[in-house]
Design a protein around this ligand. Structure first.
Ligand code: NAD
Length: 253
């Protein structure tokens, strides 16, 4: 029996939180993984951990908003691991404020990382996917896409990720490429810890308050998201495309 070649996945924002968990999970699933993040030390460590566990990985520092850095990072992954055909657009930031206090910088930086960053990454990776006639794209949206006080920039960006995903599904389907979005609810990471700090609550109290409003009565973990990402990039998910899947411990509209 001939062994199928190792597939290569790129995860952005893989330095910590959800991205780090997705990178570790895809490596455990047998993918070679390019871990991309602003934080070079974190992705180098994450790649080392994967290699120590017997996998293949490389860590590359980049700003996903910079087209030159994006193209160079994707080329580096292709040279070191092979053609990347799986892309997880996960890098993200929040700059929360009520509309009347929000600055242009808050708006531009949030829209920039989520939307421009995902556009640049996807444009670079689709060249490999369409050539290989196979690919999987998973974009991180959020329940905030449905509206969330203090997040007019982030809500707009995360709703934008949904339209972006559906259009990718339409354009790239004929090349064997699927695109789906995961829209998490409250996931315990540095991002939600920073929100707790900003509003002056302990992270434990903040998580408990959130959990009390969630049907399954707990907040999510990065592994909850990695489990779905693992399925969406699998062979068996090839007829699922253009979908937004809420992973929030209960229903969302
Ligand atoms: P996090 O803050 O823990 O990690 C985000 C990572 O993205 C960091 O390592 C950071 O360095 C990297 N990053 C930020 N800007 C970057 C840039 N310009 N270029 C490259 N890397 C960059 O966040 P998280 O909670 O793990 O969130 C991951 C994704 O999931 C984000 O898109 C976020 O919006 C989304 N999300 C998170 C939650 C949650 O509750 N934590 C809920 C819904 C959606």
């Amino acid at each position: 029996m001939t062994e199928s070649p190792t597939r290569v996945a790129i995860v952005t924002g893989a330095g910590q939180g959800i991205g780090a968990a997705v990178a570790q999970r895809l490596a455990a699933d047998g993918f070679a993984v390019g871990l991309l993040d602003l934080n070079e030390a974190n992705v180098e460590q994450g790649a080392k951990d994967i290699v120590a566990a017997g996998g293949k990985a490389v860590g590359v520092a980049l700003d996903v908003c910079d087209a030159g850095q994006v193209d160079a990072a994707v080329t580096k992954v292709a040279e070191e691991l092979g053609a990347p055909t799986v892309l997880i657009n996960n890098a993200g930031i929040t700059r929360d404020n009520l509309l009347f206090k929000m600055t242009e910088q808050d708006w531009d930086s949030v829209l920039g990382v989520h939307l421009k960053g995902s556009f640049l990454m996807t444009r670079a990776v689709q060249a490999y996917q369409t050539k290989e006639k196979w690919g999987r794209i998973v974009n991180l949206s959020s329940t905030s896409a449905l509206g969330n006080r203090g997040q007019v920039n982030y809500s707009a960006a995360k709703a934008g990720m949904q339209g972006f995903t559906k259009t990718l599904a339409i354009e790239l389907g004929k090349f064997g490429v699927t695109a789906n979005a995961i829209a998490p609810g409250f996931i315990a990471t540095d991002m939600t810890a920073a929100t707790a700090e900003r509003i002056g609550m302990s992270f434990e109290d903040f998580k408990a308050a959130a959990a009390s409003q969630i049907p399954v009565q707990r907040v999510g973990t990065p592994e909850d998201i990695a489990n779905l990402a693992s399925f969406l990039v699998s062979e068996g998910a090839g007829f699922i495309s253009g979908q937004v899947i809420y992973v929030a411990g209960g229903p969302k509209d």
